[in-house]
Design a protein around this ligand. Structure first.
Ligand code: GCO
Ligand code: MN
Ligand code: MN
Length: 388
């Protein structure tokens, strides 16, 4: 029986805010004590994680003095160097402070927009000091409940200007960040700007330096929007924009649950892992989730271990899927090739178009073909349920 014990080669990461989540929710107080950053680093290293990610204020309180900041960062760096854990990604908290209650980069107040840039640049300095190469931008408060203010187009322009500015700052400082936009449809705002992977991809094309920008898609976020996460990730991969990924789970149509990876939709999780493994995704696999509010500290580590273990089990299942002769025969039978027709459809030429228009098709036969998907899906389910 394989142990499914991760090593740093698996590149699993957690946020300080994930395993550090004390169980507070809109209806109730924290249910477990806050754990300090160096302790979290040591525990994650013990469990076989590769790295740890952070918002500026997960580590340094928003009102810390320069001396306090340096002491806190020093202790954190010591834990990193003791354990070998790295910080591949950093981000800014642009959602907790009341200053950001109506948006950060998209606030209607120019002073808030300027403060958001100021705070993000300081946070980028911290991330660079810790070695981060990916900078995530999750616009948690970038949205509205009320559209009467009439800022929809302005908000997009302000957002664009801010991202262009930050990209220039990164280049001017020599940080070389790759920025990853993280779409989410709602929560904490009623309607968040750039709500899905597709929206973010469209927006990136309008930036001054689109090559510096990609996606940090999250399983729960596309699921909240009623969309398929594997489909969204495939589109990001197709565009060369899968810069980072947030793994967790979620029931569709519910509040933002941040469940343990694979806990709710193991089949979608399987097709996601298969997609990442088949396409050679080499970035960090970040678990942006937290233990249930019911849990104590032991539950937190059971949660973290479970996220990684489930990924590794699904990775093994993906390999089994590729080696299963009956499954592969069904996959092969699903696809129909026709060399003669492909020669006509592969490249446009007036001759090909004329020849294709002149062809006749047996529509009834096309419509009558059974592609074998019921049988293939059942084989997949049996594989996942462990009877193959
Ligand atoms: C959420 C988001 C956040 C971001 C994090 C990093 O739903 O709250 O997923 O957890 O991922 O702020 O940018
Ligand atoms: Mn989320
Ligand atoms: Mn996230």
């Amino acid at each position: 029986m394989p142990s499914y014990t991760p090593t740093s080669a698996d590149r699993f990461t957690f946020g300080l805010w994930t395993v550090g989540n004390p169980g507070r929710d809109p209806f109730g107080e924290a249910t477990r004590p806050a754990l300090n950053a160096p302790y979290l680093v040591r525990k994650l290293a013990e469990l076989g994680a590769y790295g740890v990610n952070l918002h500026d204020n997960d580590l340094v309180p928003i009102d810390a003095s320069a001396a306090q900041r340096d002491a806190i960062v020093g202790d954190f760096k010591a834990a990193l160097s003791d354990t070998g854990l790295v910080v591949p990604m950093a981000t800014t908290n642009l959602f907790s402070d009341p200053a950001f209650k109506d948006g950060a980069f998209t606030s209607a107040d120019a002073r808030v927009r300027a403060y958001a840039l100021h705070k993000t640049m300081h946070s980028m300095d911290l991330g660079a000091e810790l070695g981060a190469q990916t900078y995530v931008l999750w616009g948690g408060r970038e949205g509205t409940e009320v559209d009467a203010g009439g800022k929809l187009l302005d908000a997009l322009a302000w957002f664009r200007d801010s991202l262009n500015y930050l990209a220039e700052y990164s280049e001017a400082q020599g940080y070389g960040y790759r920025f990853a936009l993280e779409p989410k449809p709602n929560e904490p705002r009623a309607d968040i700007f750039l709500p899905t992977v597709g929206s973010a991809l469209g927006f990136i094309a309008t930036l001054d330096q689109p090559d510096l920008f990609g996606l940090n898609p999250e399983f729960a976020h596309e699921t909240m929007a009623g969309l398929s996460f594997p489909h969204a990730v495939a589109q990001a991969i197709d565009a060369g924009k899968l810069f980072h990924i947030d793994l967790n789970d979620q029931k569709m149509g519910r509040f933002d649950q941040d469940l343990r990876f694979g806990a709710e939709n193991p089949k979608a999780a399987f097709f996601l892992v298969k997609l990442l493994e088949d396409t050679g995704y080499a970035g960090p696999k970040h678990f942006d989730a937290h233990a249930l509010r019911t849990e104590d500290e032991a539950g937190v580590w059971a949660f973290a271990r479970g996220c990684m273990r489930t990924y590794l089990i699904l990775k093994e299942k993906a390999a089994q899927f590729a080696q299963d002769a009956e499954i592969q025969a069904a996959v092969a039978a699903y696809r129909v090739e026709d060399a003669e027709l492909s020669a006509l459809t592969g490249t446009f030429s007036p001759e090909n178009a004329t020849a294709l228009k002149a062809r006749t098709f047996d529509r009834a036969a096309l419509g009558a073909r059974g592609p074998g998907l019921e049988a293939l899906d059942q084989l997949t389910i049996e594989l996942l349920l462990g009877v193959r």
